[in-house]
Design a protein around this ligand. Structure first.
Ligand code: AHM
Ligand code: MG
Length: 333
C-alpha cells in the first residue's frame, strides 16, 4: 500500500500549555491554562469572522444582503464583542482593558487575571485584505485586589503572559509566558493551533527598517539622521530595505522572523507617539525580549520598565533585533 507522510504526534496549543505548566509551574492551579483556552477560542472566532468579512461586504455591495437596512457591525466592534464575551465567560478574568472601550471593565465573579487587548489592531487595513491582529497582555491581580485600575497600571515586566494572533494567509499565534516565544499556526480543518515555531529567536541583525516615513517632517533630528544613515550603503555595500505594512502585528511578525527594527517614534504632531503602552507596546516588547531582541522608548529606556498613568497612554517605541537597537541607541542625544 502507498505510504502516507502524516505527522501523528503534533503539539497543539492545549497540549503545549498543559505540558509547559507541568514543567514550569507544577504547583500552578491551571487557571492561566483555562484563560488561554478561552483566548484561543476568541482568536478562532475572530479569524473566522475576518475570513467571512470580505464575502459579506461584497454581497452587501451588490445589494442582495442587508436589504433590511440594518447597519452592519464593523469588524472592530465584532472583534471587541467576541473578546469581551470570551473573557467574561472564562471566569478567570476580573479586569479587562480594550482599545475599543474608554473605561476598563470589571467582571463579576472571581477571576484572578487582568487582560489588556487591542482586539483588532490595524483595522484600517481590513477592507484591503491586509493582515490585522489581536494583541494581548495578561497580569495576575495584585495581592488582595478585588479588581481595579491598579491591577493594570504596572510595569510591563509584571505581565505573566503576552502575545498576538495575526490573521494573515493563516492565523499565527505568537505566545510568551516568560520562558521564550513559541509560535502556533491555526489548522482551520482541525480547528487547532499547532506548534510551528518552537522557541523562536530573532536574528541579531538585519538590514530592514519599518517606520511610517510619511511622518519624517515631524521627527526629531536624531531620528531623521538615523534613518538617513540607514539609506546609505552599509559595510556590505547596500542600504537598508524599507518595509512598512501599517499593521503593527504584521510589521512585528516580520521583524520577529527576519530581524530588523520597527519604530513608531514620538514626533511634534504625536507628542507621545501613536501606539498604546498597555495593549500594543508592552505585549510586543515582552515578545521581542523573550525572543532575544530589545524594545525601548525614544529616550532609550526599556519599554517594559515604564509605568502607564492611564489605560490608553501612548509611548514612542523602537523594537527589534538587539544589534539594530544598539545601533539606534548611539543616535539618541
Ligand atoms: P489602530 O489600533 O487604530 O489600528 O492603530 C494602530 C496601528 C498599528 O497597527 C500600526 O503600526 C499603526 O497604527 C500605523 O499607523 P500609521 O498609519 O500612522 O503609520
Ligand atoms: Mg491598535
Amino acid at each position: 500500500a502507498k505510504q502516507m507522510n502524516v505527522e501523528t504526534d503534533i503539539i497543539t496549543l492545549t497540549r503545549f500549555i498543559l505540558e509547559e505548566q507541568q514543567h514550569v509551574a507544577p504547583s500552578a492551579t491551571g487557571e492561566l491554562s483555562l484563560l488561554l483556552n478561552s483566548l484561543q477560542f476568541a482568536f478562532k472566532f475572530i479569524a473566522h469572522n475576518i475570513r467571512r468579512a470580505e464575502l459579506v461586504n461584497l454581497i452587501g455591495v451588490s445589494g442582495t444582503a442587508n436589504a433590511t437596512g440594518d447597519t452592519q457591525k464593523k469588524l472592530d466592534v465584532i472583534g471587541d464583542e467576541i473578546f469581551i464575551n470570551a473573557m467574561r465567560s472564562s471566569n478567570n478574568v476580573k479586569v479587562l482593558v480594550s482599545e475599543e472601550q474608554e473605561d476598563l471593565i470589571i467582571f463579576e465573579g472571581g477571576g484572578k487575571y487582568a487582560v489588556c487587548t487591542d482586539p483588532i489592531d490595524g483595522s484600517s487595513n481590513i477592507d484591503a485584505g491586509v493582515s490585522v491582529g489581536t494583541i494581548f497582555g495578561i497580569y495576575r491581580l495584585k495581592e488582595g485586589s478585588k479588581g481595579s485600575i491598579n491591577d493594570v497600571l504596572r510595569k510591563g515586566t509584571e505581565m505573566v503572559c503576552a502575545g498576538y494572533t495575526m490573521y494573515g494567509a493563516s492565523a499565527h499565534l505568537m505566545l510568551t509566558t516568560g520562558y521564550g516565544v513559541n509560535g502556533f499556526t491555526l489548522d482551520t480543518q482541525l480547528g487547532e493551533f499547532i506548534l510551528t515555531q518552537p522557541n523562536l529567536k530573532i536574528p541579531n541583525t538585519r538590514s530592514i527598517y519599518s517606520v511610517n516615513e510619511g511622518n519624517s517632517f515631524y521627527w526629531p533630528d536624531y531620528v531623521k539622521k538615523y534613518i538617513e544613515d540607514l539609506k546609505k550603503p552599509q559595510d556590505n555595500g547596500k542600504p537598508y530595505s524599507a518595509r512598512y505594512v501599517g499593521s503593527m502585528v504584521a510589521d512585528i511578525h516580520r521583524t520577529l522572523l527576519y530581524g530588523g527594527i520597527f519604530s513608531y517614534p514620538a514626533d511634534t504632531k504625536s507628542k507621545n507617539g501613536k501606539l498604546r503602552i498597555l495593549y500594543e507596546c508592552f505585549p510586543m516588547a515582552m515578545l521581542m525580549e523573550q525572543a532575544g531582541g530589545r524594545a525601548i522608548n525614544d529616550k532609550g529606556e526599556r519599554i517594559l520598565d515604564m509605568i502607564p498613568k492611564g489605560i490608553h497612554d501612548k509611548s514612542g517605541i523602537w523594537l527589534g533585533s538587539k544589534g539594530e537597537i544598539e545601533k539606534f541607541v548611539t543616535y539618541i542625544k
